[in-house]
Design a binder for this molecule. Sequence first.
Ligand code: SF4
Ligand code: SF4
Length: 164
Amino acid sequence: MAKLMRFVPTVLKNLFSPPVTTSYPAEPAVYPERSRGHITIDIDDCISCGMCVRCCPPGCLAVSKQDYTWTINRFDCIACGNCVEKCPKKCLHMVPGYQEPMGVKSEEVFRKSEEAIQAEIEKKRIQAEKAAAAKAAMEAKKKAEAEAKAKAEAEAASAPKSEA
Ligand code: SF4
Ligand code: SF4
């Protein structure tokens, strides 16, 4: 009987405490703030540098500059967080909560919005124009220097020589 009485405090405590389990899925799951759930991307901020692709241990990421896409194979992702740490634009995030189960093993492809694509095209056009202008200015400078040098040489050659 004495041994049985040792359990009474525990029984009473559990009787009057809320349950430690939750009624998931009736109640949404609450994930700890720093839990490693899944990776998300602010795709419009991505500069397609490929840093995340190079540092991903299982090689589950791909980036296409031509197609403006970022692709993840969630079945291979080990949620290590390397890509989040290395991204220079800080556009990758590890968010709490696991992915919905998928019936088909497929990759998830994110493509930039049309506005972001147009802005990038415009930026490249301006950069190309600036580079072309800088190249033209450099060539004009070189040409002017060459002409000035040739003129100075011609003047030196045509100048009367003084007698010794
Ligand atoms: S969390 Fe790790 S495994 Fe998953 S995509 Fe990022 S680097 Fe790759
Ligand atoms: S590291 Fe960041 S900016 Fe670079 S490709 Fe990956 S997501 Fe885009």
